[in-house]
Ligand binder design. Structure first.
Ligand SMILES: *Cc1c(COP(=O)(O)O)cnc(C)c1O
Length: 375
C-alpha cells in the first residue's frame, strides 16, 4: 500500500500526461513555455484571484513575497509552531525574526487568540516591528481567516497564506490561496495538486506585487532578462511541470477533490468511535493533504504505528518536532512557554494513507488494524 499513490494516478492519466510532456519536448519549449501561461491563467481562475505567478517551488514562492514586501532585519513575522520547516525558514532567510504561535488543538491551525497575544507581546517589548502573519492551511484545511483578519487589521499586518497543503480547500466557497494579501502553494509531488518534481505558485489580486515578483523571479529583470534593474533570483516553473499540472488540474477539478473527501468520510465512519478524527469546521472544505488522527498518548501512537507497519500499511508523523525546537532556530533561544498545544500534538498525531485512489478494501484494512491495536 502507498501513503499517497502517485503511481495509480499516473496509470489513469498516462496517455494525457505523456502527450503533454512530449509536446513540450517536440517544441523545445522548456523555459516559460506556452503550458506555463496556460496553467497560470487556469490556476488564477480556479482560485478566484487576478494573478498567479508560477515559481520553482513552494518555499521560494514564500521567499519571493517576503522580498517583494521588503521584509527583513528588525521585522517580526508570526507563524504557526506546528507546520513544515519552510514556513519559518523563509522568515529567517530574509533576515526577519519568526515568532512562533501555538495552534488550535482541534483544527491544528494558527490560534487567532494566541496570535493577538503574540503581537501585543512583540509591541510591548519594543525591539521588533510586527509586519506579517503567515497562517498555514495545514493538512488541507484553510486557517481561520475571519478571526485572523480581525487581528491583522487591528495591528495593520499583512497576511501571507501558506497554502502549500491547502490547494482546493475553501471557506463557504471562497477558495484556498485567495485569502490574505498574497498566498502561495507548492506542487511538490505529494501535495494535493502535485507535479513530477518541484514547483510552486504565488496568488494575489495586487497587480503591483505581481509585477514586482515577475521581475524578482527572473534575475530582477526589467524589459527583458538581460536588462536587470534589481537583485532577484532564478525561480521559474519548468514548462514540462506546467504541462503535467495542466492534466492533473483537470483530474483534481473533475474528481480527485471529491474522491479524497469520500475517503475522509469513510475513515470518519470507521474510526470516529476509536480515535480523535480530524475536525472540519462548518462551512469549511479540506483538500486533505493529510488525514491526521490523534491518539491518547505517545505510547498508544507507537503501538498503532507498529501494528500498521506489521500489516505493511505506511503511516507518518507530521510533525515530530515543534518548529521552535528545531535546531536551526536555536539561535533565537525560543522558550516552550505558550506552545503547549503544538508540543502535545507532536506526541500524539499520526497521518494515515490518504489520496483519491485509496480503495474501500484498503480503508477497511487500515481502520481494522488500528482498532485491533487499540483493543
Ligand atoms: C511543502 C510545504 C512548503 C514548501 O513547499 P516546497 O515546494 O517543498 O518548497 C511550505 N509550507 C508547507 C506548510 C508545506 O507543507
Amino acid at each position: 500500500m502507498e501513503f499517497r499513490d502517485l503511481k495509480a494516478q499516473y496509470k489513469k492519466y498516462k496517455t494525457e500526461i505523456d502527450t503533454a510532456t512530449e509536446t513540450v519536448m517536440l517544441n523545445s519549449d522548456f523555459i516559460s513555455g506556452k503550458a506555463v501561461d496556460h496553467l497560470e491563467k487556469r490556476l488564477a481562475d480556479y482560485v478566484g484571484v487576478k494573478h498567479c505567478i508560477s515559481v520553482a517551488n513552494g518555499t521560494e514562492a514564500m521567499t519571493l513575497v517576503m522580498m517583494a514586501w521588503g521584509i527583513g532585519q528588525g521585522d517580526a513575522v508570526f507563524i504557526p509552531d506546528f507546520t513544515f520547516f519552510s514556513t519559518g525558514e523563509i522568515v529567517s532567510f530574509v533576515g526577519a525574526t519568526p515568532i512562533f504561535v501555538d495552534v488550535d488543538p482541534k483544527t491544528f491551525n494558527l490560534d487567532p487568540i494566541k496570535l493577538e497575544a503574540a503581537v501585543q507581546k512583540v509591541i510591548e517589548e519594543g525591539v521588533l516591528t510586527p509586519k506579517v502573519v503567515i497562517p498555514v492551511d495545514l493538512f488541507g484545511l484553510p486557517a481561520d481567516y475571519d478571526a485572523i483578519t480581525k487581528v491583522t487589521s487591528r495591528y495593520d499586518l499583512r497576511i501571507l497564506e501558506d497554502g502549500a497543503q491547502g490547494f482546493g480547500g475553501n471557506i463557504r466557497g471562497k477558495r484556498a490561496c485567495s485569502f490574505g494579501d498574497a498566498a502561495t502553494t507548492s506542487f511538490f509531488p505529494a501535495k494535493p495538486l502535485g507535479c513530477y518534481g518541484d514547483g510552486g505558485a504565488i496568488f494575489t489580486d495586487d497587480t503591483a506585487l505581481k509585477d514586482l515578483i515577475s521581475s524578482l523571479k527572473v534575475h530582477g529583470k526589467g524589459s527583458n532578462k538581460y536588462d536587470n534593474i534589481r537583485i532577484g533570483v532564478n525561480s521559474r516553473l519548468d514548462t514540462i511541470q506546467a504541462a503535467i499540472l495542466n492534466v492533473k488540474l483537470d483530474a483534481f477539478i473533475q474528481h480527485e477533490l471529491k474522491d479524497v473527501n469520500q475517503v475522509r468520510a469513510r475513515y470518519d465512519q470507521l474510526l470516529s468511535n476509536h480515535v480523535e478524527i480530524p475536525l472540519i469546521p462548518n462551512g469549511y472544505l479540506s483538500s486533505f493533504a493529510q488525514y491526521t488522527i490523534k491518539l491518547k498518548s505517545a505510547q498508544e501512537r507507537t503501538k498503532v504505528m507498529e501494528a500498521l507497519s506489521t500489516a505493511k500499511i505506511p503511516s507518518l508523523i507530521y510533525y515530530t518536532i515543534p518548529m521552535h525546537r528545531q535546531k536551526a532556530f536555536s539561535y533565537l533561544e525560543p522558550s516552550d512557554e505558550g506552545l503547549e498545544v503544538t508540543i502535545d500534538l507532536c506526541q500524539r498525531v499520526l497521518s494515515l494513507p490518504m489520496h483519491p485512489y485509496l480503495t474501500e478494501d484498503d480503508i477497511e484494512l487500515i481502520a481494522s488494524t488500528i482498532i485491533a491495536a487499540l483493543s
